[in-house]
Design a protein around this ligand. Sequence first.
Ligand code: NAD
Ligand code: WQD
Length: 335
Amino acid sequence: MKVLVTGGTGFIGSHTVVELQLAGHDVVAIDNFENSSRSVLDNIAKITGKPVVFEQADIRNKEELKAVFTKHSGIEAVIHFAAYKAVGESVLKPLAYYENNVGGTVNLLQTMAEFNIHNLVFSSSCTVYGNVEANALPITENSPVVKANSPYGNTKKICEELLQDCAKASPINIVSLRYFNPIGAHDSALIGELPMGVPNNLVPFITQAAIGKHQSLTVHGNDYPTPDGTCIRDYIHVVDLAKAHVKAIAFRSSNNYAVFNIGTGNGNSVLEVIQTFEKVSNQPLTYTIGPRRQGDVVQIFASCEKAINELGWKAERSLENALETAWKWEQHLSQ
Ligand code: NAD
Ligand code: WQD
């Protein structure tokens, strides 16, 4: 299948381009390099042995999008990663997030319709579930989508809603994948997460602290109602996540719209992640317990039964392996 990947040089997009190419698909990647670099393309090619067909384009610019679809005929499906994703930043710059994440998605859908392209896989997020009660875990796709607690989360909620409306109004087949917490990097350590500035996310901060970029790590609260008092998340290896997209582009649903949780089905606390990292890296971590971080969900992890039964996809890699690859990637970055 010929697949267009928006945000194709980003963290998840780059790993997905690799898996698509290894699965024999023809890939056209686009990106505007706002949160990634062109060097990712060379590293993808080193992994797959195939050059990446790439166009620099901004999904907010319909003319640029149209030019890509005109130049690359025969596209059968689109995987849409391109977005801004920093929760805290979205609170400070809401309009930039609505323009890029929602406006960009509308532009993409309109252009797909002009070119009669009827298959889309959308990057959604478990953030749409908000804070969930312990008795509602593991969380299923039927769990309620709640009022978002950030403009970023709201852009994902709005995009899911507009995609459902499109699926009702036109012959487009849409799959929304609700990612839990993607971590890790490719085994080659040639691609991984490239956080710009000080990372907000736990795992890149851990690996940067371990390599010496930060004096210590702050655990945001240990007084939560969880076994060790720290928040629990479903950390999924980015390669497992990438493979879910290879399955998703081939999925067709009876009512043209389907949602899948993409996680491991396991929950791990912040302290468990720290301890696991220390074990696999043999790098002791210095951390302090700080105050709770505003907006943090106490605990969430996925039920992935639907993806297993309907997509034929299941996460295969362990937390240990994800942290090993994250550490190898951090060491590669520091070379
Ligand atoms: P990322 O920032 O690494 O990748 C996004 C890519 O899109 C970047 O390369 C960026 O340059 C590009 N981009 C942004 N705006 C663009 C625009 N207007 N035109 C063209 N390219 C543009 O982020 P990621 O972690 O790979 O996330 C990919 C998708 O998955 C996003 O939609 C994000 O919201 C979603 N998601 C991420 C996580 C996570 O924890 N990483 C979790 C859930 C959902
Ligand atoms: C995980 C846990 C922190 C850093 C975010 C977005 C979500 C999605 C994935 C885009 C929390 C704790 C973290 C640190 C810490 N992104 N932590 N010290 O918040 O679950 O999800 O990324 O879709 O939308 O909200 O991930 O890695 O930021 O935090 O104690 O230095 O680690 O408090 O409990 P989160 P995270």
